[in-house]
Design a protein around this ligand. Sequence first.
Ligand SMILES: Cc1cc2nc3c(=O)[nH]c(=O)nc-3n(C[C@H](O)[C@H](O)[C@H](O)COP(=O)(O)OP(=O)(O)OC[C@H]3O[C@@H](n4cnc5c(N)ncnc54)[C@H](O)[C@@H]3O)c2cc1C
Length: 401
Amino acid sequence: MEKIVQTDIAIIGGGIAGLWLLNRLRQAGFSVILLESDSLGGGQTHQAQGIIHGGMKYALQGQTTLAAQAIADMPDVWKECLQGQGEIDLSNVPVLSRQQYLWSTGSLTAKIAGFFAGLALKSQTQALEKKDFPALFQHPQFHGQVYSLDETVIDVYALLRELMMPNQDIIFKIDPMGEDQLIFDHADHLASLEIRAAPMKTIQVKAQKYIFTAGKGNELILKNLKQHTLAAQRRPLHMVIVKHDLDYPLYAHCLGLGTTPRLTITTHKSHDGKSIWYLGGQLAEEGVKLSPEEQIQAAKNELKVLFPWLDFSNAQFTSFCVDRAENTQPNGHRPDSCYLQEIENMIVAWPTKLAFAPLLATKIIECLTKQSIKPCIADMRELRAWPMPALAKPIWDKLLA
Ligand SMILES: Cc1cc2nc3c(=O)[nH]c(=O)nc-3n(C[C@H](O)[C@H](O)[C@H](O)COP(=O)(O)OP(=O)(O)OC[C@H]3O[C@@H](n4cnc5c(N)ncnc54)[C@H](O)[C@@H]3O)c2cc1C
């Protein structure tokens, strides 16, 4: 006999977008399940630096861009959650830093002084006196100016754990889905999803709404659309991880003349208690053309130029490439905000940034309300013994065991 599960909402993909939405929909009284084919957060999310951007990064393009406006409200939404007073209680998620520092090398400081002054006027940044510089910049060989920027950095692994914990009964591990598992009854209208997980039997999932938050996995559904033409893009990065014994926790953007910070550094702890410097920014964007060896050499060179007084000779370096998955933009650039599109009884969504996950969930709930989707009778008995996906490990612990 065919095994059937009925739920109001089926979410496909357990990164930040799917997990945030799962929490919000459950609070709103919907029956909901989340299906994940790998580990929770194991796509882009566990590779995020954890910065809750407030728009400065986007403002580097020189004007108040649409992207800068869209993201400006996000830090307050996150702050409330982190204080246990927001839409989701994240009071157990450690804040790694309440601010990012901004600096530039001595020769460039004068050239971008106007940019800093503009940011200071908008109260986004504050020029620091030398005595308030982080310890790393107290060194006599450092000659730049340092600014502090109100930009929180959070522990992404703990975030994923907190979003998962209250929902373990409705999160399920499935085998990677093939096209034959999307059962359409008429063009672009999904009748059911056929899910599998060894050694369990196949189950048909029937939902009022199917929401795809599968990052680059959303391409599976896009490929199977008959009448709609939604498309996805991928923007690659080549990130570098440095594991070392230096006691300099740093959360900072080094600004150059480009529209992306020359280097963005966040600091984390590995499972064996060492310091991790996680390097992104222009280094990661331009490094996509380089082999891992070349990219690591580029990172070493950059650290030598920026911090000639630090010795990384005992540090362990590694790098990895990752694609950011988003809806297509005409010029291939970064979308300004999160994005969702309704297609018949499906929604396909990308947050664009981790920081946008709350906004994306709100927009999806607005969309369900507009369509008068209401909680109905659910039957999830067939999923009782179904396995649960593991939580992804921090990327540095995965790569530098
Ligand atoms: C290196 C890097 C650093 C970043 N740093 C920041 C930052 O500091 N701040 C910030 O705001 N943003 C940052 N971002 C962006 C942010 O990480 C992403 O926008 C966000 O994580 C995307 O979340 P998601 O849930 O859409 O996708 P993902 O995290 O990719 O999750 C998708 C999930 O779907 C699953 N899946 C795929 N196909 C299927 C299927 N068929 N069935 C079931 N499950 C499926 C995958 O296994 C995965 O778990 C960064 C991104 C990268 C790559």
